[in-house]
Design a protein around this ligand. Sequence first.
Ligand code: SAH
Length: 350
Amino acid sequence: MTETIRALIDRLCENHALSVEEYAQLIDGRDGEAARLLAARADAVRREVYGNRVFIRGLIEISNICKNDCLYCGIRRSNRSCVRYRLEKDDILTCCEEGYALGFRTFVMQGGEDAFFTDEVMTDIVRAIKARYPDCAVTLSLGERGDESYARLREAGADRYLLRHETASPAHYARLHPAEMSFANRMRCLRELKALGYQVGCGFMVGSPHQTTRELAADLKFIEEFAPQMVGIGPFIPHAATPFAGHPAGTVELTCYLLSVIRLIHPNALLPATTALGSIDPKGREKGILAGANVVMPNLSPAAVRKKYELYNNKLSDGDESAQCVAHLRQSMAAIGYEIVTARGDYPSN
Ligand code: SAH
């Protein structure tokens, strides 16, 4: 590690901010030693805020029907080989019941942009979950909706919303999405969600097609300035039935490095070690936690539909990825010195 990199890491720890050029330098100048130093610093600040506690979220993939056509995504509308499904209210409540018994106190409903889930349908589901499980947090990840819709969902009791910004560069955004989708609308959604009082998660794929260091540095700057409560990052993994089939996957190494940097930018952030990270490396989740992540999101979807929510090929859907294996997950986290807890795991207010 050069002295320049060491100095950048020191400054990042002190100021929780760098310039875009400095973020780029930190990424391009990385080596194993820099990664170890960043991870050690990230672990130390995370322990100050959260101790060795790791929060779990029960992920319910409510629909793989999507009106959008994101070029990277396996459930894009043009993928005719995708077998479509949707869960209805009773299916979702059954998932919650099972999850609650397993110790989950956050339910994340994620899905494609499926017109079935109107505000009426969705607010009814959110209200039903909050009525049955008043001690649980409800997180939504349903893509882009109108301001009014986000407001109604919030009013119905939704606590958090995950909407990855995907890339902070408008030009890069345009290369990842069809012409009818816009960077400006994505940003409008994120700003509105924050204004409505949701705990908001943004994020991006590491190694997405056409991504360079400049884009990653811009992503870090955006995260620094937007100051979300949650940040989801995971490696891009190609899906054979998408235009990006031939592109290489992102790496565990860079994903973990960036997790450490994000932890140092926002010491309080809720950072998941994502399914994508676990899917490209059997130890991916542990590596993510050791780099500074403090959340894991096991899958609570009914076993029959799990394989159909195929955002990318070889996505983990059973084994430790399933909520039913939380006991084993607890052991693997304990083995690296972390404790899975049954708690809502809100962003600490200060
Ligand atoms: N429709 C919702 C949920 C999208 S799926 C929304 O728009 O927010 C959740 C995330 O999976 C996406 O935001 C994207 O960053 C990620 N994803 C999609 N395809 C992927 C791929 N091929 N590799 C890795 N991650 C992918």
